[in-house]
Design a binder for this molecule. Structure first.
Ligand code: UDP
Ligand code: MG
Length: 201
């Protein structure tokens, strides 16, 4: 009996390297559905859509300098999202240029690159149901002056040029950014002990 319980606990916490799917690594949601069960309308565990959307969140240099990393991580953990990638880096200029390629023609672009390379950045990949949309709401308006209280930018910043955190703005953006910032090996596929409550909805 004890051995059986132990085995179940080990299974729950085990990493799922072999189950790595392209969809998960790419940041796109994946849905696993057993066709027969779906057709029969049964909601067995295997028939529950397993949505694993991912997004890139980065604490910018001002956030790291101001020791806000812990508080920002806490918000995502508290919300029920799962951390699947984390690293601290001085971001190379070519990565920044690619990351912000759509803003290349903006007058603030050179200052943005200067700001983003002014210190270390903590880059993370978070996974969960509708995590892209939810994290944009949690992070708040690009301009902190317009960000609502309760959002990261609304609580910790006041100027657009020092807005503490980055969050991908769409599924396609998340996919592109995750592939830019992380290698597949740097991302961890693992099951939370509360997986059935937070991830398999
Ligand atoms: N930014 C800036 N001045 C502006 C607009 C944007 O310095 O007038 C910076 C700011 O750091 C912002 C980043 O450029 O977070 C990327 O801009 P984007 O429009 O993609 O906003 P975000 O997706 O970060 O909310
Ligand atoms: Mg953006």
């Amino acid at each position: 009996m004890q051995r059986c319980i132990f085995r179940r606990v080990v299974q729950q916490f085990s990493f799922r390297e072999q189950e790595t799917t392209k969809g998960v690594l790419s940041g796109f949601p994946t849905t696993t559905t057993t066709t027969a069960a779906a057709a029969s309308g049964r909601r067995s565990k295997s028939s529950v859509p397993d949505v694993r959307e991912r997004t890139l969140i980065a604490v910018k240099p001002d956030g790291v300098h101001r020791r806000l990393v812990g508080q920002i991580i806490q918000r995502f953990e508290q919300r029920g999202f799962k951390l699947v990638g984390l690293k601290m880096l001085k971001v190379p200029e070519d990565l920044l240029t690619q990351h912000y390629c759509q803003l290349r023609s903006k007058p603030f672009f050179p200052r943005l690159l200067e700001y983003m390379s002014s210190g270390p950045v903590v880059a993370m990949v978070w996974e969960g149901h509708k995590v892209v949309q939810a994290s944009r709401l949690m992070v708040g308006h690009t301009n902190p002056a317009e960000a609502q209280a309760g959002t990261v930018r609304g609580d910790f910043s006041f100027h657009v040029s020092r807005n503490v955190v980055h969050a991908s703005d769409s599924l396609e953006g998340a996919q592109r950014e995750i592939q830019l910032w992380f290698t597949g090996k740097e991302l961890m596929n693992w099951d939370c002990c509360d997986q059935s409550l937070t991830c398999e909805l």
